[in-house]
Unconditional design. Structure first.
Length: 439
């Protein structure tokens, strides 16, 4: 069970320097723009959960509110900042880079910002990758294109070598934009920094297109991703309705969490089946997918299946292979489904027109939509506020419509996923009218 102690954000020391954001509050009756130590956000969201803890109010688990502090730890005039993007691509990476640089430059007066190329590899001298100098002018329009101007890579690097590089370059703050593996790497950097008794802040902006990082609310890029996926589902519906015995399979991202599949299906109600990693299904038997699919095609003339890439792995041969990030390589469930559906329809002499859609890489590479762009800009601002006040070993997120600072260890201790008993999955079942259980 999460406790108040688990949610305490570390600082490098006492913040004593006046913030340059003071002009934003001068002349006001209050300084509500700043956040204070007593302004915290409840972890639990129901009275029942709060009451079940049986502890005084001040001992309830709460998040530190994100935002500017009246005092800073780092002197903007002498602070050097690094930014690195790690892992796979995601809509909004350039928006976050831009937001960080503009906030540092415009409001804090930090002029010395370096962008490390190709993920953590760019922090290893042997890679030969020299950092980019990032200015307000150089990042002014990068939000208009997808991807990341810094490049990215997967895989861990030696934290001692990386910290050597940070010390050599006199970097005071490193912003890490990446997923759970990248944040584990960031936490290892903090451990090495502590061992050397250095004063370098590590602040993360968590990135996962699957929306599977816990305690941060929603990850940036997710809104863009499921919006684009919804367009592919609509295209699949048009295709299969124009065919005899049309069956469309739309494979979307979601290794361990089916949020993109669920939200994309709910966006337009064009899906007949949604298959996600959190909910097991069988192919055979009266309650299996094949029987349900044949009934659907017989009744409606066509069917659309939305498939998260990590769904149905129990139907495939086990593999111990891993990728550069240490993630288990998934079996090809989309090809398996196409093969068994084709064989099943053929065995009953039923007409079948199969259409397959995989918009994954197209989704990852597009620019952020306006909703995500706003979210990226605000996350970047909150991250800068935290770092300049000396916070470290933390990521930024949003809970209860408020921005919060969250310790890295708690966001990497577990994962966020669709609850088979929750209201989101119930909404999907209501939208698709697929059987409550296909096992």
């Amino acid at each position: 069970m999460v406790t108040l102690a688990d949610l305490q954000v570390r600082t490098l020391g006492e913040a004593t320097l006046p913030s340059p954001l003071a002009p934003y509050v001068q002349g006001r009756a209050t300084n509500e723009y700043y956040v204070g130590a007593a302004d915290r956000i409840l972890y639990d969201d129901t009275l029942e959960l709060i009451a079940s803890r049986g502890v005084p109010l001040e001992q309830l688990p709460t998040f530190e509110t994100g935002g500017p502090r009246p005092e800073l730890f780092f002197d903007p005039a002498t602070t050097r900042v690094g930014i690195v993007t790690c892992g796979g691509l995601c809509p909004g990476l350039n928006d976050v880079i831009r937001g960080l640089v503009l906030e540092l430059h415009t409001h804090y007066g930090v002029r010395d910002v370096l962008g490390f190329r190709n993920g953590y590899a760019g922090l290893v001298p042997d890679s030969g990758l020299e950092p980019m100098v990032l200015t307000a002018e150089s990042v002014a329009r990068i939000n208009e294109r997808g991807g990341t101007i810094l490049g990215s890579s997967r895989g861990a690097q030696d934290p001692t070598v990386i910290v050597d590089r940070l010390v050599e370059l006199h970097v005071d703050i490193l912003f890490v934009i990446g997923g759970d593996g990248s944040m584990r790497g960031a936490h290892r950097l903090v451990g090495e920094i502590d061992r050397r008794d250095e004063r370098i802040a590590i602040v993360g902006v968590p990135k996962t297109i699957d929306n599977d990082i816990p305690h941060i609310g929603q990850s940036f890029g997710f809104t863009t991703a499921f919006g684009r996926a919804a367009q592919s589902i609509k295209s699949a519906r048009v295709e299969v309705e124009a065919a005899i015995g049309g069956v469309g399979i739309v494979e979307v991202m979601g290794r361990h969490a089916g949020f993109i599949a669920c939200y994309a299906a709910l966006a337009n109600h064009d899906a007949d089946f949604v298959l996600i990693p959190e909910v097991e299904f069988s192919l055979d038997g009266e309650n299996g997918l094949l029987a349900a699919l044949k009934r659907c095609v017989a009744q409606k003339g066509s069917a659309v299946i939305v498939l998260a890439e990590g769904a149905g792995q129990g139907l495939l041969a086990d593999t111990t292979d891993t990728d550069a990030s240490g993630n288990r390589v998934l079996g090809d469930i989309a090809t398996h489904l196409r093969d068994v559906i084709a064989a099943d329809f053929a065995s009953g002499s039923r007409p079948l027109t199969m259409r397959a859609f995989n918009p994954g890489y197209a989704i990852r590479s597009v620019p952020a939509d306006p909703v995500d762009s706003v979210y990226c800009a605000r996350l970047a601002q909150i991250a800068v506020h935290a770092a300049m006040s000396g916070r470290t070993d933390m990521v930024v997120g949003r809970r209860r419509h408020r921005f919060v600072n969250v310790p890295i260890p708690i966001v990497t201790a577990g994962s966020h996923s669709v609850s088979p008993d929750g209201d989101l999955w119930l909404s999907v079942l209501e939208s698709t009218a697929q059987p409550f259980s296909m096992s």
